[in-house]
Design a protein around this ligand. Structure first.
Ligand SMILES: Cc1cc2nc3c(=O)[nH]c(=O)nc-3n(C[C@H](O)[C@H](O)[C@H](O)COP(=O)(O)OP(=O)(O)OC[C@H]3O[C@@H](n4cnc5c(N)ncnc54)[C@H](O)[C@@H]3O)c2cc1C
Length: 694
């Protein structure tokens, strides 16, 4: 077997060119990428502006208090900051641990920069890794996360894939049962969340010249038309992409003609978060912040790590603790933390791996974790850090006689340096259900999964003492094994053309049964978070991935001579045992993360181990919300950013409608507030008229 190694600096499944140099390849054909110009070149928009400093302050300029303090200037944090400060009377401070990113703006802005000059592995990455994973030959799995304004959206691969209606409606159903609130649960069903996902975006269809080469079915009505995020397609396509949907169909995967409108199953070319007017990455910073006029009510402080929040000793009438201040610092060398006071609310938007850490160091979390870490517990909330899941992925790699994007990049030609070429990113995907994965013979597998759920298994699988967390696991497990099994994708296939001389197609499991946690084990918030996803601790996940790789081979076969020799895992690896061994043991191409951790502060009823309610408020706290990927209650068959934008957009509306005031000690409904101020105006007017004798 030719040993190909994944190069972390090239993000997803990119292959190291130095290793590939030894692979015999056919002579390179002439460039066959198809440039195109946008169908309707648009007038310059505010988003065409280059990145520039906006509302950023230094520590000395920070005020002693703000209405809202947001921990994390990533995807959700910047959406919230932008939307909340639309009201000039509201003051917001964003505390972002990472640097602004101005020094690496070219790397970030260029879509292909995600592969060829990625900030993954740099000082702009948290560079997390898991603890050794026993079911993956004790490998530590890399978990990059953006540490920069824009968070992980400044380093992600820009795929725009929404979850399905079935998944969203299931979230709503979970929120409405088990003591949840059915009146607020509907916010998180498909209809409402879809509305908010669209609110975040402006969609530009591909040009006819591109559609004539690649089969892209487009229905603009499935997308938004007036939002800050620019959603479109690369300016050019690589010809190998042209055969994607046909090859998928040849392998039995039907074409999905309406992607991102509530059904995800099938093969399609998905749009990307690219600004077509200047071929740059569209992400939370340029979309939601750089495009704003100056706003004196918005302060953004980079290089400021939130360490913990402080509560008042007394509780409000409902027994919830009130948060009065937040502590932050530049780095661990600082002898004291800066304290900022909160007038209204504190919002955690630090991402699925860091939000639970801030909760735990503030004394909110599972009793056993806090006790063994030596942290004094203020609120026992067993679900904090639990329900950690991720998509695991692994590729089949073939030689190809055709030119890949990696070949063009390596050529050093003028074209390889053009904006058009550097807008090319991978976008060919397919989502397959269990029937497809098992060729119609999935029933026995499904029955085994359902039958293996019992208390002994749950005690072993779920790293929690809490009967609530375990009840949530059981309920969601059953839904995945029954409702999602055939109606929703179990595996995503993704084609990569970014390495020279080879084509890779990944299989990524979408609904794992394995579940893990993040936790802390010290009293020092500068210590790292411990990440233990317990990958493949449930036997079905390995089987699902193996079936995924077999389906990838079927797609490869349907591609015909476009694909040459299989390099990884190699034609000799055919038996189930051999494929399993590849997935478990191969450090580069075996099972690795697709970088979609979620679920660690799940929005679920407390009786199911939830951490936040349908208002996104942390149970037991009066004025703390979580707004980021931690709140997803289970993995979606999707890439997570679109859902993340929808969640953050809706959160902004919820907060605007009703938020807590620390001074008055209660939550105020915006309409009540405006009615109150109207009554005041009427009163003053009445007095005036009386005085004037009218
Ligand atoms: C390499 C990679 C590729 C990906 N590819 C895709 C893709 O193609 N499509 C897609 O849809 N999704 C993709 N994702 C996932 C997507 O980007 C994330 O789901 C999304 O950004 C999560 O948003 P968030 O707001 O939860 O967290 P983030 O965007 O990660 O933001 C969290 C922010 O909080 C900051 N922070 C953390 N701790 C603290 C603290 N203590 N104090 C202050 N600030 C703090 C971080 O520095 C960061 O800026 C990818 C992710 C990665 C890492």
């Amino acid at each position: 077997m030719v040993k190909l190694k994944l190069d972390a600096s090239l993000v997803l499944f990119a292959l190291s060119s130095s290793v590939l140099a030894v692979v015999q390849r056919s002579p390179q054909p002439q460039p066959n990428a198809q440039p195109y110009s946008p169908l309707n070149p648009r007038a310059a928009t505010p988003y065409d502006e280059p990145i520039y400093r906006r509302d950023y302050i230094s520590t000395s300029e920070a005020k002693p208090s703000y209405d809202y303090v947001i921990a994390g200037g990533g995807l959700a944090g910047l959406v919230l900051a932008s939307r909340l400060t639309e009201d000039p009377k509201v003051s917001v401070l964003v505390l972002e641990a990472g640097m602004s990113g101005d020094d690496v703006k070219d790397q970030v802005n260029s879509p292909a920069g995600a592969y060829y000059q990625s900030i993954v592995g740099s000082a702009y990455d948290w560079n997390f890794t898991t603890v050794p994973q026993p079911n993956l030959a004790n490998r530590r799995i890399s978990q990059p996360r953006g540490r920069i304004l824009g968070g992980s959206t400044a380093m992600n691969a820009m795929y725009l894939v929404r979850p399905s209606k079935t998944e969203m409606d299931t979230w709503q159903e979970l929120l409405a049962g088990d003591g949840g609130d059915s009146s607020t649960a509907s916010r998180w069903g498909w209809d409402n969340l879809y509305k908010y996902m669209k609110k975040a975006e402006t969609f530009t269809p591909p040009a006819d010249s591109l559609k004539s080469v690649v089969n892209i079915t487009v229905d603009a009505s499935l997308h938004g038309s007036n939002g800050p995020m620019q959603i479109s397609y690369p300016a050019i396509m690589i010809n190998i992409t042209a055969n994607w949907t046909a090859a998928c169909a040849g392998a039995g995967i039907p074409e999905q003609k309406s992607p991102n409108g509530g059904t995800t199953l099938g093969g399609f070319i998905t749009p990307s978060s690219i600004n077509p007017s200047n071929e740059t990455r569209s992400y939370s910073r340029p979309a939601y912040i750089d495009s704003l006029p100056p706003r004196s009510n918005l302060h953004i402080l980079s290089e400021s790590t939130v360490l913990k929040f402080n509560m008042q000793s007394k509780q409000d009438k409902s027994g919830n603790y009130i948060i009065e201040s937040v502590e932050y610092a530049k780095d661990s060398s600082q002898t004291s933390n800066t304290v900022v006071k909160i007038n209204k609310e504190f919002i955690l938007a630090a991402g699925a791996l860091s939000t639970p850490k801030i909760l735990m160091y503030s004394g909110v979390g599972p009793k056993d974790t806090l006790e063994s870490a030596g942290i004094s517990m203020k609120v026992e909330l067993p679900g904090v850090g639990q329900r950690l899941q991720d998509h695991m992925t692994s590729p089949i790699v073939w030689q190809t006689p055709l030119q890949t994007a990696g070949d063009i990049h390596n050529s050093g030609s003028d074209f390889s340096k053009s904006k058009e070429f550097n807008s090319f990113i991978n976008d060919a995907v397919a989502f397959a259900n269990a029937s497809l994965l098992f060729d119609g013979n999935q029933t026995t597998f499904q029955q085994e999964i359902v039958a293996s759920l019992n208390d002994t298994m749950v005690d072993k699988m779920v790293p929690s003492y809490s009967s609530e967390v375990k009840a949530g696991y059981k309920k969601i497990y059953n839904l995945i094994a029954t409702r999602f099994f055939d109606n929703v994708a179990q595996v995503e296939l993704l084609m990569s053309l970014i390495s020279p001389g080879v084509v890779a197609v990944q299989a990524a499991i979408q609904h794992p049964y394995s579940i893990g946690r993040v936790y802390v084990n010290s009293t020092n918030p500068w210590d790292g978070i411990i990440i233990d996803p317990q990958f493949h601790s449930h036997w079905a996940d390995l089987v699902m991935m193996r079936q995924g790789l077999k389906l990838v081979r079927r797609v490869g076969a349907a591609y015909g001579t476009v694909l040459g020799t299989e390099l990884n895992p190699g034609p000799n690896m055919q038996s189930d045992d051999a494929i399993d061994a590849y997935l478990v043991n191969d450090p580069s191409n075996g099972a690795n993360s697709q970088f979609h951790p979620a679920g660690t502060a799940a929005m679920l009823p407390k009786a199911l181990g939830g951490v936040v309610d349908a208002d996104m408020k942390v149970y037991g706290l009066a004025n703390v919300r979580v707004v980021d990927g931690s709140v997803f209650p289970f993995e979606f068959a999707a890439h997570l950013a679109s859902a993340g934008y929808g969640v953050a957009e809706q959160a902004a509306d919820l907060i605007k409608a009703k938020s807590y005031s620390v001074t008055s000690g209660k939550a105020t409904n915006a309409s009540v507030a405006s009615t109150a101020s109207l009554s005041l105006v009427a009163l003053v007017l009445g007095c005036l008229l009386t005085i004037l004798g009218l």
